[in-house]
Design a protein around this ligand. Structure first.
Ligand code: NAD
Ligand code: AKB
Length: 317
């Protein structure tokens, strides 16, 4: 049995997660898998397998033959991209989850990590300090798929004892890998444009507050949750997790501390309605109590790290 398989490894989270897991378990023990034909260069220090999570037969045969202690299922369409292809988004985000849950049910996987999102919440959810348990009426196909996924994770845990663990990630901010089509992507784009052009046109309005987190914190949270003793976990749908909450205006002001000439303008598009339906801040007291979660990066530290480390040759727009 190999240690770890990360499916969707070539994306924003997968790239950093694979590198961190390889440091923890050894390069050869962590298989990176993605629908991408060839191994992304950053992941070339360990095994890579081309895998389409929608090819249930291929995925099942490979996992049954190899056997994995942990599978991280990251392949999905994110909020903005999913709105453009709702049928496919529903299929991708749900079918892959069932394949992995069923493989764990039969014993070919010991432990699953599957990420949910703040997108499970909707306009009727309390927006400030959104509690772990509250009204959830998501209005995006992405949010609906994440909420359904959470219900199925909890169901497989209760009915079949599948050890599946999950976090409702906020918007993630990183410099090693680019974001993949979400509503919170502006909070990464802005750093590239600020460093390269000293100006940024934001697709959200200036006072749109959203929950966010620096990638280093998110990866550490993921591994801490996977390492936590099962008996400490009281949530088998998905844990609220929080670190930062800011508006585009506040983020711009923070960047201006380092780049005083930086200018931001606002030109909201279809992503504004998605952002307006999500919480402004999250109450993650259950994660803190159950497995000791605590963030390390505040807005200023995150912003400083981003401006120091981003490579402007990777500009998004
Ligand atoms: P991403 O779009 O950057 O990466 C997804 C990866 O999945 C890509 O490398 C893509 O090639 C791969 N993929 C797509 N279709 C596939 C298929 N059929 N088979 C195998 N691989 C396939 O996404 P991400 O930001 O890394 O997000 C990973 C997970 O975390 C998703 O489930 C997402 O909903 C969740 N999440 C992300 C954020 C965030 O801010 N990044 C926040 C909340 C939740
Ligand atoms: C998105 O904006 O779609 C993601 C998320 C918060 O799930 N970053």
């Amino acid at each position: 049995m190999k240690k770890v398989l990360v499916i969707g490894a070539g994306g924003q989270i997968g790239t950093e997660l694979v590198l961190t897991l390889r440091t923890k378990f050894g390069n050869d023990q962590v298989v990176a898998a993605d629908v991408k034909e060839t191994c992304p260069e950053q992941l070339s220090n360990g095994p890579y397998r081309k895998m389409d999570i929608l090819d249930r037969e291929d995925v099942s045969t490979y996992i049954r033959e190899t056997g994995f202690e942990q599978v991280y299922l990251l392949a999905a369409l994110l909020s903005a991209t999913a709105e453009k292809a709702p049928d496919f988004a529903w299929r991708l985000n749900m079918e892959g989850l069932f394949t992995i849950l069923d493989l764990a049910k039969e014993g070919s996987i010991k432990k699953i990590f599957w990420p949910s999102s703040i997108a499970v919440f909707g306009p009727t959810t309390p927006s400030e300090n959104t509690p772990q348990y509250t009204i959830m009426e998501p209005t995006t196909v992405y949010g609906i798929s994440k909420q359904a996924g959470e219900r199925w994770c909890e169901y497989y845990f209760n009915k079949f004892g599948v050890d599946v663990r999950s976090i409702r990630y906020p918007g993630l901010i990183s410099y090693k890998s680019l974001p993949g089509g979400g509503t919170t992507d502006y909070a990464v784009d802005i750093f590239y444009q600020a460093k390269a052009k000293k100006e940024y046109s934001c697709f959200l309005s200036e006072n749109t507050a959203l929950p966010m987190m620096f990638m280093e914190d998110a990866i550490r949270a993921t591994i801490e949750l996977m390492d936590a003793p099962a008996e400490q976990l009281t949530v088998r749908s998905s844990y609220n997790l929080s670190a930062l909450s800011f508006t585009p205006k506040e983020l711009a002001a923070c960047i201006q501390v380092t780049i005083p000439e930086f200018k931001i303008t606002y030109s909201p598009d279809f992503r504004q309605a998605i952002a307006d339906s999500w919480p402004a801040s999250i109450d993650d007291s259950v994660a803190r109590a159950d497995w000791g979660w605590s963030e390390r990066f505040d807005l200023f530290n995150m912003s400083t790290e981003m401006l120091k480390n981003i490579d402007i040759n990777k500009i998004i727009n």
